[in-house]
Design a protein around this ligand. Sequence first.
Ligand code: IMP
Length: 199
Amino acid sequence: MKIVFATHNLHKKSEAAAILGSSWDVLALPDINCLEDIPETADTLQGNALQKAHYVFDHFHTDCFADDTGLEIEALNGQPGVFSARYAGEGCSYSDNVQKVLREMQGLQNRKACFKTVIALILNGQEYLFEGRVDGLILTEPRGTDGFGYDPIFLPDGFDQSFAEMSAERKNAISHRGRAMQKLMGFLQQRPSFFVQNL
Ligand code: IMP
């Protein structure tokens, strides 16, 4: 069964494919010839996820899902939050963002943080939302080379490896997006008649 994930990020596409399993053929935006950048101008994760899902639904007339993620750091009053992708400025790299977090947190004792993901699904014109969260600590220096984004500085509670030191399988089992995706999968499994019709 095919399902469209409103993302250009092939890393996220393969994460979703691994979580949803072999009964789902996950298509990303390039697979449906959506090459443009989708606006993400809301000020909440939920708003951005819905905005992206509606964009694909309106322009490509297909059921789809979209996600939005933020890293919320307690000592920084929840920053970078919804601005996680561009925390160090427009066009910044993952490494720029990591370095900015480390700078802002220099000397701070409270390292508590969490990742939150909201997934918006549009199915037959109806909206559904799924949330996932993982708590952890911000490390004082990057560790590991796998994953992406803030993975090298995020140590999930109960583990001694950063997200960037874990296998993708282990990260997916406990991550914010993995948890939101598990909820999405549970929902979709109860609706076996769901197929992408318009590709
Ligand atoms: P997005 O909403 O998934 O595009 O995520 C926004 C930003 O949050 C990304 O640009 C990354 O910097 C960060 N991010 C999202 N998911 C992860 C993750 O699983 N690990 C580390 N950073 C992430």
